[in-house]
Write a protein that binds this ligand. Structure first.
Ligand code: ADP
Length: 548
């Protein structure tokens, strides 16, 4: 009987427990707003202030944790979000002390904020244990609320970890930004300093250039790749008496002597086209109307890519030198004439002595006469050269033209050379017969000059090769030696009047007239003369004449 009573009691208690459980769920989900509770004083009605359905849904759905605690710090209520944050099942969280969910180091802070919270609304950052040993930064906002059962403290817990992470990232980004900003500033400062330095250098070098150009005796100019002159030095304005307005661009043409303008312009445009140095002699009109000869030279300035930026030119006054040259030419003309007459008589008398038959000449005297004859011949050829030079200058180097057999002429010259220079070997390379229109004596003079030079400038290797061949309707006669040779620079000048290579080691006699005269003769034959050579390796001098 007693056992049956017991089991009925247990059954009743289980029933009550289930009922309590259901009631709690009903309260949580807002299915009930009031409860009728039976206690020792009979039935009592409890209305639930927090039971408002709308607010309950808000609280359940919000992303913050919500906790209500009593004076003892026991959790009376919490939402699902808090249970997730604390990594604890909801039913275990309710009824547990809140401090269970904060790490040991934060317990004091929690106590303080709770005590404070009972006094007034407050908020503070506190760490929350999430059960995995990782602590979570949270913001606790406390408010007291009045429940029917007495005062309770409601705490809204906001997870700050994402915010903290973002803050951290933001800080890192800020630091990176600050670093980049500092680097940029540094770079900017360096750049500014460099620009300042360069500008300073530029100003100095521009002033340097100006000072230099204004102080040299030459007139200078700079022109753009299209030929327009964009600056002159002070000397130009002083000399011409004109300003930049009238002489800039192509205004300088007005100041060139009309007779020199065509050649000047031709060479100017050719240089702009080819990028090669511009060089021409011409006359510029001075402010008083007098023309003076100038030597113009201009070179291009290129950038790293090899493109021309501008040209720098100089015009040097050569009027005085020109006059000196003219006087020299005049003197050479007169002197060679004056020398020619006594020389001719000297030669005549020598021939008379040689042919004197009345008594036999002693052998020594005969020998002297022979030597005197050689010297007189040398003298005569020198005087002839001098006469030729002055004739060329005066434009009077004239001679009759006829058909000339080049093969015969070459054979004749080689024979002469073999006679005069017996220690040398002259190798012939001739095939065929070539006829040109020309003057035999003058062409012989050219070839003999080349053979003489070949001997004179190859004292060690004594072989000279003479070749005759046809080339594009021309006959080309060349003389090759294995002597001292010529550098590129020297090659460009050897056909000038009186030019001789200054070589202390290989000093030979001569006046630098032979090649000048030869050049003139060949040009008058509508031919070309030139040289191929390498210093120390020997030279090949050649001339080409149009075949008949
Ligand atoms: P020169 O009377 O001085 O020989 P040329 O007009 O014949 O005058 O020659 C001019 C210059 O050219 C010479 O002084 C010499 O320096 C150089 N030259 C001429 N021919 C040769 C050659 N075959 N080898 C080397 N240099 C030469």
């Amino acid at each position: 009987m007693e056992q049956q009573n017991h089991s009925e009691e247990i059954q009743e208690l289980r029933f009550q427990l289930e009922e309590a459980q259901e009631t709690i769920n009903a309260i949580r989900t807002g299915q009930v707003d009031a409860l009728v509770v039976k206690d020792t004083d009979g039935h009592q009605l409890y209305t639930l202030k927090t039971a408002d359905q709308t607010y309950r849904v808000f609280i359940e759905k919000m992303s913050e944790g919500a906790v209500t605690i009593n004076r003892d710090g026991i959790i009376l209520y919490c939402n699902t979000r808090f249970a997730v944050m604390a990594n604890t099942p909801l039913e275990k969280a309710i009824g547990a002390p809140l401090e269970t969910f904060v790490p040991a180091g934060s317990k004091d802070s929690l106590e303080k904020i709770i005590n404070n919270g009972w006094e007034e609304d407050c908020r503070q950052e506190i760490l929350l244990k999430d059960g995995d040993g990782k602590d979570m930064h949270c913001l606790f906002s406390c408010n007291t609320i009045e429940l029917d059962t007495g005062a309770a403290l409601s705490i809204i817990i906001t997870d700050l970890s994402v915010l903290k992470d973002t803050e951290k990232q933001l800080q890192q980004r800020n630091e990176q930004l600050e670093e980049s900003r500092a680097n940029t500033e540094k770079l900017n400062n360096t750049l500014e300093a460099t620009v300042k330095e360069r500008t300073h250098d530029l100003v100095i070098s521009r002033e340097h250039f100006k000072l230099l150009t204004n102080n040299i005796v030459q007139m200078t100019w700079t022109n753009l790749p299209d030929g327009n002159v964009n600056s002159y030095n002070q000397r130009w304005y002083d000399y011409t008496g004109k300003d930049f307005e009238t002489t800039g661009g192509f205004g300088w043409k007005e100041l060139v002597h009309p007779e020199d303008l065509e050649e000047t312009a031709k060479k100017y445009y050719a240089s702009l086209e080819s990028g090669e140095m511009f060089e021409v002699e011409n006359r510029y009109r001075r402010h008083d109307g007098v023309y003076r000869w100038h030597l113009n030279r201009s070179r291009p300035l290129r950038n790293d890519a090899g493109e021309i930026i501008f040209w720098v030119g100089t015009a040097t006054d050569i009027e005085d030198q020109k006059r000196e040259m003219d006087r020299k030419d005049e003197f050479i003309g007169i002197a060679s004439h004056e020398l020619k007459t006594p020389l001719t008589s000297l030669k005549g008398y020598l021939q008379l002595i040689e042919g004197y038959k009345q008594e036999e000449l002693p052998p020594t005297v005969k020998q002297y006469i022979g030597k005197a004859g050689v010297s007189i011949n040398k003298l005569q050829s020198l005087i002839n050269d001098l006469l030729d030079v002055s004739k060329i200058k005066a434009g009077r180097l004239e001679y009759a033209l006829a058909d000339v057999n080049i093969t015969d002429l070459v054979n004749q010259c080689i024979e002469n050379a073999e006679h005069v220079f017996p220690s040398y070997q002259f190798e012939k390379q001739i095939a065929g017969n070539y006829i040109v229109k020309g003057n035999t004596e003058r062409l012989e003079q050219v070839l003999m000059n080349l053979l003489n030079n070949a001997v004179k400038y190859s004292q060690t290797n004594k072989t000279v090769i003479i070749a005759v061949q046809e080339r594009d309707n021309n006959v080309r006669i060349s003389v090759t030696d294995r002597g001292i040779g010529l550098s590129k620079d020297q090659q460009s000048r050897i056909f000038e009047r009186f030019y001789r290579v200054e070589d202390k080691k290989n000093m030979t006699s001569g006046l630098g007239m032979g090649l000048y005269i030869s050049h003139e003769i060949i040009s008058n034959h509508n031919g070309t003369i030139g040289v191929e050579s390498e210093a120390g390796q020997g030279s090949t001098f050649y001339f080409e004449l149009p075949l008949v």
